[in-house]
Design a protein around this ligand. Structure first.
Ligand code: WT7
Length: 634
């Protein structure tokens, strides 16, 4: 029987055991799955290269564990509920048996298009059931999926297609989001016009049915691709360490990198954490509001829940359409038991006013979750009181694209919660705090940079096509530690509170955005000489983007110029990276070696200019005064 921790004592026992004997512990968890061939060794690792392998020699296919394994017992159970953007449209319910058939049929369609084991398939689709089918169909035949969030621009999409050398792109005609109808297929066309020479085929799902242009010889409709294809498909035998997917994420330098996860470890870890953190019970309806374009969607809309045999919901729309009561409507209608969302959504709904939630009865709710960014106290209490009516535990789950699954989080109804605390590490997770010199900070009531000492099954294996980048990004800062990029505090009870990124990454509405990426984009605007981007506190988004920009000529029309900057960023990255504030400056504070002093820029952006520290060593201290004065007018 799969382990589900039920008491705090049991958690402590299991945790102690998982650290004393990680291999024994994870071997027991892994034994619950269908393996085509058992593993020979549980773990081999070093953080130096890094080289991390779990369940060595084991053969499996994750989709057999998501689908086939459940058919006998729950073939008729709903696997997927799809709630469309338009509330007057009927939700779609897909049973495990139906999902199995759809995945197999589309897997056969991919094969017929020449997709083979190891090929990269880029998926750029809105939140429709076919998106889930697409990921699973790739996994079924051993193709590596690379999902790109359908809000990214053509330029970003092209970068990701090229980096992965994808041969096929899966897309839809349009993306219905709120009142918008976004032409997704057009974005793909544009991206493929930017030199994605490896792409031979585009399969287009007809979602809204509005007209699109199809390119002869390259584009094929989804419904044509599956025509006459069999609804069973033998799952390709994969090694535990074969790649399952690539997911691009931003870092502090350069372009986004492709984080790689593999079949075996990812399966074991997402299943274990899903069942334990949310205390999933047989028959529960589970709803995670994320998009499958992010890791949260991969691990906790799709793989984790399906591995556990759960009923998981996909929502096509946005929290405020047609009004700010939509989430609560959906929870009531589908009798949702477990609800998992992001602080930014909670803050937006809180700001919309309590009239949308007052007088709502949502008795089905049992567990609430939050993810993606630090939750502020006010939002935590509102979530607890208004949504959970003070009777649902809130699991504040901390993790990352690179970790594959949740690492630090309460276990619902087991770990006593504390507002804004991710609390304790899950079994098998060994966090520590270090100071700038890499020395471990022991004891409690301390603060430092959050690292992990020991591998867990779903730790990233590499960054696609550039292993050295993986090493320098995560394993080089501190010897023998995985560095998360986050700062954290450990309080007197040993509880962890995540403070936020300590690197040049901004967390906007739970989306990770590299400052370097935004600067590169801004610099492509005609007239821009140089730019520097920092985050600043934002009521709804958590952090907003503040850009300091040097222009080469006197500006005629500052408003028009700002719009150009915004448009350029939208074109290069996507609307999620649009700067909220743009300040035109004559210079940027720099050290004598030419490094931008971001600390000063951050302080000014935060509106706190009282103590900027010592600026006398700057190359250009005079610019600081100008920036301070200018900031008040942005
Ligand atoms: C970064 C990872 C993993 C899910 C979605 C984001 C921040 C994530 C929390 C939390 C405070 C959090 C961290 C982390 N973060 N969860 N519960 N409390 N901060 O994945 O895009 O890879 O971003 O999100 O800063 O490093 P991601």
């Amino acid at each position: 029987m799969s382990l589900q921790i039920k008491t705090l004592d049991e958690y402590r026992q299991v945790y102690t055991r998982s650290v004393a004997d990680p291999e024994g512990f994870w071997a027991e968890q892994a034994a619950e799955f269908q393996w085509k061939k058992p593993w020979k060794q549980v773990l081999k690792w070093n953080f130096r290269e890094p080289r991390i392998k779990w369940f060595l020699g084991g053969k499996l296919n994750i989709t057999e564990n998501c689908l086939d394994r459940h058919l006998e017992k729950r073939g008729k159970q709903v696997a997927l509920i799809w709630e469309p953007n338009d509330p007057s449209k009927k939700a779609r319910k897909i049973t495990y048996k139906q999902l199995y058939a759809q995945v197999c049929q589309f897997a056969n369609a991919l094969k017929a298009q020449g997709v083979k084991k190891g090929d990269r398939v880029c998926i750029y689709m809105p939140m429709t059931p076919e998106l889930s089918v697409a990921l699973l169909a790739c996994a079924r035949i051993g193709a590596i999926h690379s999902v790109v969030f359908a809000g990214f621009s053509a330029v970003s999409l092209a970068d990701r297609i090229k980096d992965a050398h994808a041969t096929v792109v899966l897309t839809s005609d349009y993306n219905a989001r709120g009142a918008k109808n976004i032409p997704v297929k057009t974005v793909v066309d544009e991206a493929l016009g930017l030199g994605c020479d490896t792409v031979k085929t585009v399969i287009v799902h007809q979602n809204t049915g509005d007209p699109v242009k199809m390119m002869e010889g390259r584009d094929i409709w989804w419904h044509d691709a599956i025509k006459g294809k069999r609804k069973s498909c033998k799952a390709t035998t994969m090694d535990s360490e074969d790649m399952l997917f690539i997911l691009y994420t931003s870092g502090s330098t350069g372009k986004p990198k492709g984080v790689v996860h593999t079949h075996g470890g990812y399966m074991v870890y997402t299943d274990f954490t899903f069942r334990n953190v949310f205390q999933y019970q047989e028959g529960d309806v589970y709803w995670c509001t994320a998009d499958i374009g992010w890791i949260t969607g991969h691990s906790y809309i799709l793989y984790g829940p399906l591995l556990a045999g759960a009923t998981t919901m996909m929502f096509e729309g946005v929290p405020t359409y047609p009004d700010a009561g939509r989430f609560w409507d959906v929870i009531q209608r589908h009798k949702v038991n477990i609800f998992y969302t992001a602080p930014t959504a909670i803050r937006a709904l809180m700001a919309a006013g309590d009239q949308w939630i007052n007088n709502r009865r949502m008795p089905s709710l049992r567990v609430l979750g939050t993810v993606g960014e630090p939750i502020n106290e006010e939002a935590w209490h509102w979530y607890n009181e208004k949504v959970g009516k003070k009777r649902c535990p809130i699991v504040d789950t901390w993790w990352q694209t690179e970790t594959g699954g949740i690492l630090i989080s309460p276990i619902a109804d087991v770990t006593p919660t504390k507002p804004c605390f991710a609390t304790l590490p899950l079994p098998g997770v060994q966090p520590c705090l270090v100071d700038a010199s890499g020395k471990e900070i022991t004891g409690n009531d301390v603060e430092g940079m959050l690292c992990i000492k020991f591998p867990w099954p779903s730790i990233l294996r590499t960054t696609y096509g550039d292993h050295e980048r993986c090493r320098t990004n995560y394993f080089a800062a501190f010897k023998n530690l995985y560095f998360t990029g986050d700062g954290a505090r450990r309080d007197a009870d040993g509880y962890y509170r995540i403070i936020g990124r300590v690197d040049d990454v901004i967390n906007v509405s739970g989306h990770r955005i590299g400052t370097a990426e935004v600067e590169d984009a801004i610099n492509k605007t005609p007239g821009v000489v140089e730019s520097a981007v920092v985050g600043f506190p934002h009521d709804i988004k958590g952090q907003g983007i503040y850009a300091y920009v040097i222009v080469n000529d006197r500006l005629e029309d500052a408003a028009a110029f700002r719009q150009k900057v915004v448009d350029t960023v939208t074109k290069q990255i996507g609307p999620i990276a649009k700067p909220d504030k743009i300040q035109i400056v004559s210079g940027l504070p720099k050290t004598r070696s030419g490094k931008i002093m971001r600390r000063i820029l951050r302080k000014v952006a935060e509106g706190d200019t009282s103590n900027l520290g010592d600026i006398s060593t700057l190359l250009n201290p005079e610019v600081v005064e100008e920036i301070k004065v200018g900031a008040s007018r942005v």
